[in-house]
Design a protein around this ligand. Structure first.
Ligand code: 0A1
Ligand code: ZN
Length: 852
């Protein structure tokens, strides 16, 4: 290991930086292997610093070759380490100048300034700016940046507004003070797809989407999504854009989805490029959401940023919440909510259940890159959703107005955030704050008592102690509850019960008969609900619940209970579930997208989580068998309706990736998937041959592979799309996703030997190994081949790209829930990686936490 005891950083140790950076001038002379960066920074003593002026200054800097440094024009010789430099400084204000040399072409970690497909680009969040020049690389140091770029490229971009632009030379000025993590630079032979937006106060904003030549035809959708986002933020949050220019650049090599750099968002090309032929409906929806997310960061993240990285959820939880509201408004609210909850349970609940569990606001970390997690993003958004539920829509909007007014230009904290809600509503949020400090998913058990026309619901909350939360205390849990009568009519509409104690009762009086309680409507809190209902009661909710989320949830609970029984005892699928499903799926009054969701089943991993929760050891093979049996039962049970469902939801209009068409295709393809179990893949072959969009082509291909007739189509697909990087990612991923459990590792291995397997490209690496890790029965196959293959490749990737390696390590996070044989197979691989010399801090931290 590179670092026997990597340093742990604590929230409680926060102190302000002793100086403020009044202005930052940067000058880049681009060269693939020897880019020169000259910096000139005006520092002034920070009156907010507790220690007063200091005589030495530390600046972060990594992998930099220092050419020279000056203070107030006089050469100085700093003390250099691998982390930065220390230098004696004058007591008042002074000007720091430095020139460094960096090697973007060899920067495979994709952090700092690097090259992708011949273009230069940057990624500075969280701590990448220190790989560009020496700087106080922390989010509470905000400054006004001016940037000059010299380089042999027609497009030279940085943040803010252009001052001078010509071929080979550009100057930029960003009037808004920002932390270094929001700095960006792009240079290359790029093509702009341009647009225009006029803000509500009349500011004309030029919009550009810069792409590599050849990708021009994939920009229109992203551009429209940007305009829609700008309008929505004005309408819903009263937030206007604040520069004359908004640029987005698509980059092929990128560790994450996208980055909100001020006025110059940088996107993984998979998160912005879209066309009917190459993108699925789900891709379009994701792209729209990510464009919105990055755009919304302009206010929640950029204008108001985080004081330190422990406050990451301040910008991420809020921005995820905002983008989920946007998608709900643009598309279907219940469909979006159900999708988000599926995702939350699949990723965040699993994180909470294992050794990587951490609070929404962690109190310590070693490598901040390891904390861009489902807990900080998705649970962080759930916490804000609860806050809004508790205070109401009106007070939420007032609190947000106050937040923007009070903290514009600040590097803020969760305390600041909660304070605006307290000041707006007069509420005491000290107990609510536990959602930010306690790790783990609370469980809420429900007990029902019926007597004399009164239904009494008693809720008991429990939170398992964990490494970061040794002594959990009760949280504030908003429980949205409604009651459904025997005749299927709602006898009490949704009320939000505010649970604050460990155990608490609520009575519903004046009822004429015992109703069925619909609890946690809209998934009003990120908890696991233990509500013992009979199959008949669940079927009743599935048929009648007026809350679309809980109606879906009733079906999901029936399916899950049945699957768990099948796994444990080998019984047949539950007839009540199949009957209820048939009624809902064939109900033409329901949104097709919603019906398609109804046909879904809990994932293998969700079932493993549920088994573990119940004290069982999940057997991946048994889970796989049960799910296959259930799918076949669905196909048999719905057989007489499938063709009609399929036919009735064919889209004859010109392709649009909107909610209506996507929903119709989702339902038709869900039907196709089941039909292929009955017809040997004939209809899938037909659909594949006539598809004019990627949704239809890929669904047909998947169904055909499952039916055993996909090989020629896979070959044709490769021929057709060999030059399209993003579609070829799908080709790689699909083969792993559709492999039989016993073949998954071998399929992945064979794909790594394919000429187009460019393992240094994170999208391609994830296409194969992300898919393998998600293939529950394949990855956890008893042979251990899945574990070994992933570990071998993580060892190979770590020196090249630590960030992506560390993220992929989370595939091992659930090891403790499996049987002893699998546990030791996994641990063996984890330890094998951990013993590699020079293992990155990122990967070391992840695996050490996992193995603890
Ligand atoms: N802030 C971005 C995501 C992001 C985070 C970290 C990165 O590198 C470590 C890159 C991007 C967002 O939320 O969209
Ligand atoms: Zn974000």
């Amino acid at each position: 290991m590179s670092d026997a005891a990597p340093e742990t950083i604590y929230l409680s140790d926060y102190t302000a930086f002793p100086w403020t950076a009044k202005s930052v001038d940067l000058h880049f002379t681009l060269d693939p292997h020897a880019t020169r960066v000259r910096s000139c920074i005006r520092f002034e003593p920070n009156p907010a610093s507790p220690n007063g002026p200091e005589s030495e200054m530390f600046l972060h800097g990594e992998k930099l070759k220092l050419i020279h440094a000056k203070i107030d024009g006089a050469p100085v010789t700093p003390t250099l380490t691998n982390e930065g430099l220390t230098i004696a400084v004058p007591s008042g204000s002074f000007t720091w100048e430095a020139e460094v040399e960096i090697d973007p072409a060899n920067n495979t970690a994709l952090e700092g300034l690097y090259m992708s497909g011949g273009m230069y680009c940057t990624q500075c969040e969280a701590e990448g700016f220190r790989k560009i020049t020496y700087y106080p690389d922390r989010p509470d140091v905000m400054s006004v940046f001016s940037v000059t770029i010299d380089g042999p490229h027609p497009v030279l971009l940085s943040n803010g507004n252009p001052v001078v632009t010509s071929d080979n030379h550009a100057q930029w000025h960003d009037p808004w003070p920002k932390p270094a993590y929001l700095f960006a630079l792009v240079a290359g032979d790029l093509i702009a797809h341009s647009g225009q937006f006029t803000t509500r106060s009349g500011r004309d904003v030029t919009l550009n989407l810069y792409v590599r030549p050849g990708d021009e035809g994939k920009c229109a959708f992203g551009m429209q999504a940007l305009k829609d986002s700008m309008k929505w933020d004005e309408d819903v949050y009263g937030r206007e854009y604040d520069l004359d220019l908004f640029n987005i650049v698509a980059v092929d090599d990128f560790n994450m989805g996208a980055m909100e750099n001020k006025g110059l968002n940088i996107f993984n090309s998979s998160a912005v490029l879209a066309s009917q032929e190459t993108s699925t409906d789900l891709n379009f929806e994701r792209i729209e959401a990510i464009i919105a997310h990055e755009y919304f960061h302009n206010w929640t993240g950029n204008r108001i940023t985080c004081r330190d990285w422990f406050q990451l959820c301040l910008k991420e939880g809020l921005t995820v919440f905002r983008d989920s509201q946007f998608t709900a408004d643009m598309r279907s609210e219940p469909v979006k909510r159900i999708g988000d909850v599926i995702d939350l349970r699949g990723r965040q609940f699993a994180e909470d259940q294992g050794p990587l569990a951490h609070p929404v606001r962690p109190e310590s970390f070693q490598e901040i890159n390891n904390f861009y997690t489902a807990t900080i993003y998705e649970k962080g958004a759930e916490v804000i959703r609860m806050l809004k539920t508790l205070v109401g829509d009106q007070a939420y909007r007032e609190a947000l107005d106050l937040y923007f007014e009070r903290h514009d230009g600040d590097a803020a904290t969760i305390e600041d955030w909660l304070q605006v809600f307290e000041d707006t509503t007069g509420r005491d949020l000290s107990q609510f704050k536990r959602w930010y400090s306690q790790a783990g998913t609370p469980r809420v058990a429900v007990n029902e008592a019926w007597a004399d026309g009164t239904l009494t619901l008693t809720f008991t909350q429990t939170l398992a102690p964990s490494a970061t939360t040794a002594d959990p205390q009760p949280q504030v849990i908003p429980l949205a509850v409604g009651l459904i009568g025997k005749d299927g009519r709602e006898v009490a509409s949704t009320q939000v019960l505010e649970m604050t104690q460990a155990s608490q009762s609520f009575a519903f009086e004046g009822l004429t008969e015992a109703p069925v309680a619909s609890i946690l409507r809209g998934f009003s809190a990120p908890v696991v609900l233990d509500h013992p209902l009979s199959d008949a009661q669940r079927a009743h909710l599935l048929a009648h619940d007026t809350d679309p989320f809980n109606r879906w949830e009733a079906g999901r609970n029936l399916a899950q209970a049945s699957l768990l029984d099948m796994i444990r005892t080998g019984v047949k699928p539950n007839a009540a579930y199949l009957a209820g499903l048939k009624t809902v799926v064939t109900d033409a009054t329901l949104d097709p997208a919603y019906r398609a969701l109804m046909m879904g089943l809990p994932s293998h991993s969700d079932l493993a989580t549920a088994l573990h929760d119940a004290g069982d050891i999940p057997d991946p093979e048994a889970i796989h068998t049960a799910v296959e049996t259930m799918r076949t039962a669905q196909a048999t049970d719905l057989a007489e309706h499938l063709e009609e469902l399929y036919a009735a939801h064919q889209v004859s209009e010109a392709y649009q990736p909107d909610a209506a068409q996507s929903g119709a295709r989702a339902l038709a393809n869900a039907a196709l998937s089941l039909l292929s179990r009955n017809d040997g893949g004939a209809l899938a072959q037909q659909q594949y041959a006539s598809a004019d969009n990627m949704t239809q082509q890929l669904s047909a291909l998947g169904a055909a592979i499952r039916a055993g007739v996909g090989a020629p189509m896979l070959e044709q697909f490769q021929q057709q799309w060999r030059d399209d990087r993003l579609v070829m990612d799908k080709w790689f991923a699909l083969q792993v996703v559709q492999a039989k459990p016993e073949d998954a590792a071998a399929t992945a291995k064979a794909l790594t030997e394919h000429a187009d397997f460019n393992w240094k490209n994170p999208n391609r690496f994830r296409a194969v190994f992300g898919s393998l890790a998600m293939h529950h029965a394949g990855f956890h196959h008893g042979s251990g081949d899945g574990y070994r293959l992933l570990a071998d490749w993580l060892i190979k990737l770590d020196p090249v790209n630590p960030q992506t390696t560390a993220r992929m390590c989370s595939a091992f996070q659930t090891w403790k829930r499996y049987d002893p044989a699998r546990q030791s197979l996994i641990l063996e691989q984890v330890n094998q990686i951990l013993t590699k010399p020079d293992l990155s801090r990122d990967t070391t931290e992840m695996l050490t936490r996992i193995a603890e």
